[in-house]
Ligand binder design. Structure first.
Ligand code: SF4
Ligand code: SF4
Length: 196
């Protein structure tokens, strides 16, 4: 059985935001909620790096450990999903998550957050696959169609890859060997100047 993971290769990310846009569009994510973000380090100086971050579908998920109403579950493919009908919007998962993945649609003076929303690895939720309820609450279920998450599919430089963790490790290992174990100074060079 596959254990689905994301991997973002900072040497290849060119900060184009295509992954963010693809996710927003595919799932019609509401305004103010970002299931995926591109984080830039040392912006504008030589050596600048960018990584695309979303829920990493942790093997031993801290969000699930702290959720008081047990919203979270892990699919047979290792994807961490949650049930919005159970969520009480307490925000514990946001504080527990090391990646800031859980998002909330509302910010009000009284702290009402609304139902938590996060990356589903394009695997929908507890509703029947391809049902209207699933589409509205969780977005498109691409995994049920045998497709990988659209963010990774849209990444032109293949910085962001998705799939079984063992396969991703092999791909990254081969890239590292080609680079001689050294990081590139610029992501552009890695993306367009050579194959690694
Ligand atoms: S929401 Fe955060 S803690 Fe939970 S599985 Fe995703 S990355 Fe891990
Ligand atoms: S906000 Fe929802 S998903 Fe997060 S810990 Fe609270 S009840 Fe669970």
């Amino acid at each position: 059985m596959a254990r689905m993971k994301f991997l973002c290769d900072a040497e290849r990310c060119i900060e184009c935001q295509a992954c963010v846009t693809a996710c927003k569009n595919e799932h019609e994510v509401p305004w103010g909620v970002n299931r995926r973000r591109v984080i830039v380090m040392d912006d504008g100086v030589p050596g600048e790096k960018a990584v695309s971050v979303a829920c990493m579908h942790c093997t031993d998920a801290p969000c699930a450990a702290v959720c008081p109403v047990d919203c979270f579950y892990t699919t047979d493919d290792g994807v961490v999903l949650h049930d919005k009908d159970l969520c009480i919007g307490c925000g514990y998962c946001f504080y527990a998550c090391p990646f800031g993945a859980p998002q909330f649609p509302q910010q009000t003076a009284f702290g009402v957050r609304g139902k938590m929303d996060k990356c589903t690895f394009c695997a929908g939720g507890p509703e029947p696959a391809h049902s209207e309820a699933e589409q509205v609450k969780y977005g498109t279920n691409r995994l049920a169609e045998g497709k990988l998450p659209l963010c990774a599919e849209m990444c032109a430089t293949k910085a962001l890859i998705a799939g079984d963790g063992n396969v991703l490790s092999d791909i990254y290992r081969k890239r590292l060997i080609k680079r001689g174990g050294r990081p590139q100074t610029w992501g552009w060079q890695a993306a367009y100047g050579q194959e690694a």
